[in-house]
Design a binder for this molecule. Sequence first.
Ligand SMILES: Cc1cc2nc3c(=O)[nH]c(=O)nc-3n(C[C@H](O)[C@H](O)[C@H](O)COP(=O)(O)O)c2cc1C
Length: 323
Amino acid sequence: MNDSDEVKRVLVQAADAARFAPSIHNTQPWRWVVREDRLELFGVAERQLREQDPDGRMLLLSCGTALHHALVALDAEGWRHEVERPAGEPLATIRATGQVPARPEATRHFQMLQVRRTDRRTVTDEPVPEDTLRHLVKVTQEGGARLHVLGRDQVLALAVAVDRAGHAESHDDRIRAETAAWVGGERPGGTGIPASALPEEVPLTTVAERDFKVAGTLAAGDGHDQAATYAVLYGPGDGPQDWLRAGESLSRLWLAATEQAVSLLPLSSPVEIPFTRQTLRRMLGDIGFPYLAVRLGTLDPAHSAPPKTPRLPAGQVIEIVPG
Ligand SMILES: Cc1cc2nc3c(=O)[nH]c(=O)nc-3n(C[C@H](O)[C@H](O)[C@H](O)COP(=O)(O)O)c2cc1C
């Protein structure tokens, strides 16, 4: 195998690993084009939630998580990389620029990428330790976005915003129909959230989880969210590149949380609805734009991992350009 074959092989492998990335409603709204010397990331309009996410913010966050997953895979193989994030399409271009010995933490991150899940069960009464939270704040910041940990009063304000956003979305017939198309059942097509990843009943918590209005089969536990930490991922800009970067930071945060046995549940509805997005913005004291609210909590060791959600086959998201 010559050098360029080797580069191409490692780029295909990175695009393949990015299939594990989390995405809004598991839409996987990305597509990769592997060229001789580079990997290009594109958003896929057919897998955008047109009603719930008309401006594509959640699509870009999701593509950002996929981008970071691809970089983690390159790190784990010991490949240095350069990333361009031009305004427009492709959303990003990755070049593998040379090999170095893989760092042990890169291998660990690659393992985390395979075991990370969205866990909608309740968390335990053990709060996330302060130093773990500080570590997660730092890791997020290294990705370009920031993490603001909410105080008690702000958690109550978040609960109200989540409630209002949930109400607005559940009273919108078109959003309801769109959600029903992506969520529930067995999902043989490789996208969407299967019933097995959704609680039988939405747990009674201070800050409500998203109610998908679809019967789930996951036993959610009889815990609460009293010991949970809530935080808002935010950053300096509201442009497409900012949302892509925010997705990269989300992926960093989520993999680091998984490594520390901290569960992360995204709460995106208050960001999707403009008036609650404003509420979150004011909550941040106008220091930045809110990208996503998250619940962080410790996992019940008695629980096994929640079931895997499906993924599209590689052939549907990766195009290898011959030559
Ligand atoms: C940008 C974004 C927003 C999300 N918003 C929510 C949400 O509001 N509620 C929820 O239960 N899950 C949310 N999720 C989790 C996805 O549903 C989940 O990543 C997807 O179904 C794939 O499952 P997995 O994370 O277990 O691999 C979100 C994920 C992303 C990336």
